[in-house]
Write a protein that binds this ligand. Structure first.
Ligand code: F6P
Ligand code: MG
Length: 449
């Protein structure tokens, strides 16, 4: 068994001490931006609040946010958490056992980044008036609004995609939907500053020709292997370990809907985060907010130009999703383990209840970059390391079938065939193909059990 610990993964961890690295850039540039956006949104929310005590407390919150930002810039040690939320003992145990004495730069990029979002949470949880405030709520909704073109395109295509048809036709639809679901991950809000509007439109495209063009950017492509599993599945259970709200979870819902309508699954479980996380990650309350936004005919910016057929297509589909939630075919839930700073190599020992429950699923689809980083311990593996090795023995051999749909937004990468890295580097810099979100991997591990 490969030896590992959170501060010493199987290969060197990424750390912000490496000047010029993406971890360093995140720590010195991206995080301060993210904190500033949260600060400004909160300031607006606070000033709008009618309650003078809430506004007074809001000023203290703004000061705490500034203190946090200065702590990072000053490379201070990670301190224990001070609130009384139900995950605090676990967090403090992880800090004491694995990261005692590390600083905002010397700790691992993975743990520190998770700790940042938990520290932001601490500020609100310790308040009186703002306990349930989501510092990223406004941003999540505003960006979804901007995805209106692809939202309606997909809603109009849906009736045709879910028609009862042959397995061959189902495979074609699957091939398209899996890619739509993959590229939906490209536009998370913590990275949006690195993308142009053109990039975003291209990545949210749902037309066949554009998807075929995008396929060239999938560096590990197990789409066919996943279909081999799905082909045999009837009335199964499929879990999504979700990533981002907005357009990404909208396309996750589309894929989930198709799995149900095609008879592949009779139960879908959406595993969400428990707290506002990495800006745009889904917390359970985001789902009804998003469904209601779709049903609100004034929500999207160009709704006055939409036809009655457009609205009907979207509303029929969204009402069907609501009925899945009501009758239990779609379960939306959250677990604290997803909001720790640990790799999924530790899922079995840290959250045995969750591990055992997910084992019952036929397929667990991990969405996005952070889930990928956690699956493979976020370290500098030789790029040709098999995915199976990189996810660790519990996940590879004692769990269930694992899929990762990830657009590459961080350095770590595994599973490349010999020569792929050299080939891609003929036309893309390492930062571009590893971190820009414009390249992707679709990885699959079939569990022997
Ligand atoms: O800040 C870094 C990071 O973890 C990147 O890996 C990625 O840019 C983003 O945050 C989260 O991406 P995703 O929403 O796909 O997990
Ligand atoms: Mg995310």
């Amino acid at each position: 068994m490969v030896s590992s610990a959170p501060n010493n993964p199987p290969f060197p961890a990424y750390r912000a001490t490496d000047k010029g690295s993406f971890a360093w850039d995140s720590t010195v540039r991206r995080w301060p931006n993210i904190i500033d956006n949260a600060f400004n949104d909160f300031k607006t929310a606070m000033e709008k609040n009618d309650n003078a005590d809430a506004r007074r407390e809001g000023k203290e919150i703004l000061e705490s946010i500034t203190t946090l930002k200065n702590e990072i810039a000053g490379d201070k040690p990670l301190r224990l958490l001070l609130d009384k939320d139900s995950d605090v003992d676990d967090w403090n145990r992880h800090i004491s056992n694995y990261f005692a004495g590390v600083t905002w730069f010397t700790g691992t990029w993975l743990f520190n980044e998770c700790y940042l979002y938990r520290r932001l949470r601490e500020i609100y949880i310790m308040s009186h008036f703002w306990k349930s405030y989501d510092p990223f709520g406004e941003q999540k909704l505003a960006t979804f609004r901007g995805s209106h073109g692809s939202v309606f395109d997909l809603a109009r295509k849906m009736p045709e995609m879910i028609q009862p048809v042959s397995e061959e036709r189902k495979e074609l639809v699957y091939q398209e939907l899996l890619q739509v679901c993959l590229w939906g991950n490209a536009t998370d809000l913590s990275l949006l500053t690195n993308m142009t509007e053109e990039d975003i439109k291209r990545l949210q495209a749902v037309e066949k020709e554009k998807l075929a063009e995008q396929k060239k950017h999938i560096l590990v492509d197990n789409i066919d292997e996943i279909w081999e599993k799905l082909k045999t599945l009837k009335d199964g259970r499929v879990d999504f370990v979700l990533d981002n709200s907005g357009f990404e979870v909208y396309v996750d819902l589309i894929l989930a809907d198709w799995l149900i309508q095609s008879g592949k699954a009779s139960k879908i479980v959406f595993n969400c985060k428990t707290i506002p996380w990495f800006v745009s990650d889904v917390i359970p309350q985001d789902i009804p907010i998003l469904l209601d936004a779709c049903l609100d005919r004034t929500f999207f910016p160009d709704n006055d130009k939409r036809s009655a057929e457009d609205f009907e297509a979207l509303e029929t589909m969204v009402n069907r999703w609501k009925s899945y939630i009501q009758d239990g075919r779609l379960v939306v839930r959250a677990h604290q383990f997803w909001c720790t700073g640990l790799s999924y190599w530790m899922l079995k020992t840290e959250a045995p209840d969750l591990f055992d429950d997910l084992k019952q699923s036929d397929l667990v689809i991990f969405k996005g970059d952070l889930n990928f980083r956690k699956l493979v311990y976020d370290c500098d593996w030789p790029v040709t390391t098999p995915f199976r090795t990189a996810i660790g023995v519990h996940m590879a051999e004692e769990f269930t079938n694992v899929v990762s749909l990830r657009t590459n937004k961080a350095d770590t990468i595994v599973g490349l065939k010999e020569g792929v890295k050299e080939e891609v580097e003929k036309h893309a810099t390492p930062l571009e193909w590893r971190c820009s979100g414009k390249y992707a991997v679709v990885q699959y591990n079939r569990c022997p059990q």
